[in-house]
Design a protein around this ligand. Structure first.
Ligand code: ATP
Ligand code: MG
Length: 418
């Protein structure tokens, strides 16, 4: 059982408007155990729309249209769907009466073009729209021996959402065989996507009844698993079985299996071990601290720290010996180590983390750093017993280098706490 969503409206083919209705509809269809296999945005053009409708009706079981039900010339969803299904449109007298009443209540004479909002597909049920003038339509029909459910909904989200939730979902729930969707997401930091896929694909490919998706971005890989079964327990069991196998393969590379962010996991581990953290940040300018403090309750485990951008402040706030900066350069393993140890002892935190690097686009400062490459970053973690220093050679623009540096710092803390 697959669904297709067609968002109708030329405005969403411009850079200025986005189709958000389809996201809402996808979540609602998923609740019913239906996955969305196709979605598209089609401009207000009857030929294009009828073509898209024909394709959708041929390949999907449930087709949901959003928009194009208004009274204006460019609202053509009804006509396009009627053409694609070879059905007549009937002007519904009750809807016409209601439309006249709506206008009369506002003391306006109804412009005649509004009447087309009363055109209902042969065999469709009208879905009354409490928030607007165009009703929705629900058609449960058979095309070439296959059952097809075609739903037309108005485009404005405040009209579409209640129509879908209150009038379509209950109809779908009673007319479809019960299906439940179970989902899981595994998250990993800083491992190349190809490496994750090479190790996990042989496992997830054996679970043909689970839809597996690998997503990469911002120093993170996500594995998404989705399974539909007649009961939630069955669906959950399959997803859990697959997740366990992937967890056994990727082991402690997985930082989260229930959706938590890397920041949340780091704070959770600090809490479990009754430890706290302070940060000295140079090239990230507080980004790491920002990410940690964005999590509610972080103050119990994250004490704070210092943005030590200038050489002087590295000495003033984190006790880096001035001679060390002069001889090794601010972007050096020695200075990173000294920053981590300095901020730890200054704040009394159990762990001190430090980041210093060249985020670009310009080269390092004159002196020892002058010839160091853009993207060279040192991250150091001081625990009192030992201090680890990691050299990173990051690529990309300033934003990317800074974000990845903060990501490496979080992952370094997480691995230390395992
Ligand atoms: P009406 O013309 O009566 O407003 P309609 O069903 O014809 O209703 P559209 O004209 O297609 O709907 O869209 C009306 C407004 O609804 C758009 O200007 C836009 O702001 C919003 N809208 C339409 N489609 C979407 C969508 N897919 N996602 C988010 N907003 C949408
Ligand atoms: Mg419109």
């Amino acid at each position: 059982m697959i669904a297709e969503i067609i968002a109708v409206g030329s405005e969403m083919l411009t850079p200025f408007r986005q189709d958000t209705n389809s996201l809402y509809l996808t979540a609602g269809l998923n609740d019913l155990g239906v996955s969305v296999a196709f979605k598209s945005i089609i401009g207000d053009n009857i030929t294009h729309l009828a073509g898209a409708a024909r394709t959708a009706i041929a390949r999907a079981d449930i087709i949901v249209f959003s928009g194009g039900l208004g009274p204006t010339e460019d609202d053509m969803t009804r006509e396009a769907v009627a053409a694609a299904l070879n059905l007549e449109l009937h002007r519904d007298a009750t809807i016409i009466t209601d439309l006249y009443k709506r206008y009369a209540a506002r003391k306006i004479v109804m412009p005649p073009n509004n009447a087309k909002q009363a055109d209902i597909l042969e065999g469709a049920t009208m879905l009354a729209n409490a928030n607007g003038s165009a009703p929705g339509q629900f058609l449960d029909t058979v095309v070439d021996g296959h059952r097809k459910i075609v739903i037309l909904l108005p485009g404005p989200p405040n009209e579409l959402k209640p129509l879908f939730d209150l009038q379509c979902k209950p109809r779908l729930a009673t007319s479809l065989p019960p299906r439940y969707l179970a989902k899981r997401m595994l998250r990993m930091a800083l491992i190349p996507e190809s490496v994750v896929d090479a190790r996990t694909a042989p496992i997830y490919q054996q679970f043909t009844d689970v839809e597996s998706t690998i997503l990469a971005g911002s120093g993170e890989i996500q594995l998404h698993f989705l399974c539909a079964k007649p009961t939630l327990a069955e669906a959950q069991a399959r997803v859990d079985e697959l997740t366990e196998k992937i967890e056994a393969e990727m082991d402690d590379s997985i930082f989260s299996s229930h959706g938590e962010s890397l920041e949340e996991v780091v704070l959770l581990h600090l809490g479990m071990r009754h430890l706290d953290l302070a940060a000295a940040e140079s090239c990230t300018g507080g980004l790491l601290s920002e990410r940690l403090t964005a999590i509610p309750g972080s103050s119990r485990y994250f004490l704070g720290g210092a943005v030590v951008y200038s050489d002087t402040l590295k000495t003033t706030f984190a006790d880096v010996p001035p001679g060390l900066v002069d001889t090794k350069g601010p972007v050096s393993p020695e200075v990173a180590r000294s920053l981590a140890e300095g901020i730890r002892s200054r704040t009394g935190a159990s762990l001190g983390i430090a980041i210093t690097g060249i985020a670009g686009p310009g080269p390092g400062e004159p002196g020892p750093d002058a010839n160091k490459p853009i993207g060279l970053v040192y991250v150091a973690l001081a625990s009192g017993e030992d201090t680890q220093v990691k050299e990173l050679n990051l690529t990309g623009d300033r934003d990317r280098i800074r974000y990845w540096a903060s990501q490496h710092a979080l992952e370094m803390i997480r691995r230390h706490l395992l």
